[in-house]
Design a binder for this molecule. Structure first.
Ligand code: CAA
Length: 379
């Protein structure tokens, strides 16, 4: 349990908060409308060291921890959840598996440029026919001399089309099911790799979500990540941490909506006094704030456990479950506090509400989080 953040964590929060306010918030609504990814935001984050927060300096990172990373995702998501998930997928889903399972050469070749903000990372697990049932994937990888040949496609890829490095899971032996899956590091300019359909989404609209396609895609054997046949475990362990990044995103969205609703309620006068002083709204704000604080504590706890080298899979599933539901509830209530104005694009709360929904779906639906938690409780 943490009740007080360190000076380093407070410093990172302040830096990211200032950056988010000055460089991200002013264009957030426009980028959402236009579904426009802004590479210059990622580049600026690289210059500030935000693209490699938990990685040691020898791999281009700033040598901080997972709590600092979660604080950064939270602060970015407080103004723009699309930018929050860009950092979350880049760090948790692409950087983490290379850091944990990569060879020294792979870390220097792939983790370093990601940490330094030169290359954006992404993760490819989901397929049209395998979402929650992740091991049912159909993408294959066939060994041919000094390279594997990948065929198939992956969908719903965060940072798709913008990323230079993709962590991809494919079946090297379909007769073995989950134990026949292998992880690969795929560069966007490998022959046979291409970007397919870009999704037109309800929320996080300036975060690109695309299909990625492998047509006889040649991946050198030295790009196998971890051992052949261990890909499913790598995918699952990667998601253990990734889910807490999404929890941090959800906390940020909820906090942003709470801030907006509180400020509005103090200014909006009805029946001769600010609506914040009227119990119907005051109690609503109190419940929203309590839920946000509880979600934040669960999220920070999971991040603290991971940083301390302690088990965190169950806690991370719990934080994602609770924070995702909190984000949905709090943003919906924020729209309610704004009344009719909340339903318009004049205020940011409708965007927060649209953005919140995905936190209950990606990196494992809320139903999958319950499955993970219940299995861990009973095993
Ligand atoms: N850590 C280590 N090993 C794990 C593990 C974990 N967290 N979870 C499972 N495993 C191991 C198991 O121990 C088992 O190994 P053994 O056979 O050696 O014991 C093996 O993996 C298979 O595990 P299960 O039998 O539990 O597998 P399952 O088929 O029942 O599936 C599941 C489990 C939890 C449902 C899993 O499929 C799952 O998490 N599904 C959801 C997938 C998901 O979250 N997708 C999101 C993709 S990313 C995204 O959203 C896009 C984006 O870019 C943001």
């Amino acid at each position: 349990m943490i009740f007080k953040l360190s000076e380093e964590h407070e410093m990172i929060r302040k830096m990211v908060r200032d950056f988010a306010k000055n460089e991200v918030e002013p264009t957030a609504a426009g980028r959402d409308e236009e579904q426009q990814f802004d590479r210059s935001i990622f580049d600026a984050m690289g210059e500030l060291g935000l693209t490699g927060i938990p990685w040691p300096e020898e791999y281009g990172g700033i040598g901080s921890d997972y709590l600092a990373y979660c604080i950064a995702v939270e602060e970015l998501s407080r103004v723009d959840a699309s930018v929050g998930v860009m950092l979350s997928a880049h760090t948790s889903l692409a950087g983490w598996p290379v850091y944990k399972f990569g060879t020294e050469e792979q870390k220097q070749k792939y983790l370093r440029p990601m940490a330094q903000g030169e290359k954006l990372g992404a993760y490819g697990l989901t397929e049209p026919g395998s979402g929650s049932d992740a091991s049912g994937m159909k993408t294959t990888a066939r060994l041919e001399g000094d390279h594997y040949v990948l065929n198939g496609s992956k969908i719903f890829i965060t940072n798709g089309g913008e990323a230079g490095i993709y962590i991809v899971f494919a079946s090297t032996d379909s007769s073995l099911g989950a134990k026949g899956i292998t992880a690969f590091i795929v560069e966007s300019d490998f022959p046979g790799f291409s970007i397919g359909k870009k999704e037109d989404k309800m929320g996080i609209r300036s975060s690109p979500t695309t299909e990625i396609i492998f047509e006889d895609c040649k991946v050198p054997v030295e790009n196998v990540l971890g051992n052949v046949g261990e890909g499913f475990k790598i995918a699952m362990m990667t998601l253990d941490g990734g889910r807490n990044g999404i929890a941090a995103q959800a906390v940020g969205i909820a906090q942003g909506a709470l801030d907006a609703a509180t400020n509005y309620a103090k200014e909006r006068v009805q029946f001769g006094k600010p609506i914040s002083t009227q119990q119907g709204i005051g109690f609503k704000l109190a419940d929203m704030a309590t839920n946000v604080e509880a979600a934040r504590l669960l999220t920070y706890q999971a991040a603290y456990l991971e940083s301390a080298g302690l088990p965190y899979g169950k806690e991370s599933a719990m934080s994602k479950l609770f924070a995702g539901d909190t984000a949905m509830k709090v943003t919906t209530e924020a729209v309610q506090v704004f009344g009719g104005y909340g339903y318009t694009k004049e205020y940011p709360v409708e965007r927060y509400m649209r953005d919140a929904k995905i936190t209950q779906i990606y990196e494992g639906t809320q139903e999958i989080q319950r499955l993970v938690i219940s299995r861990m409780l009973t095993k």
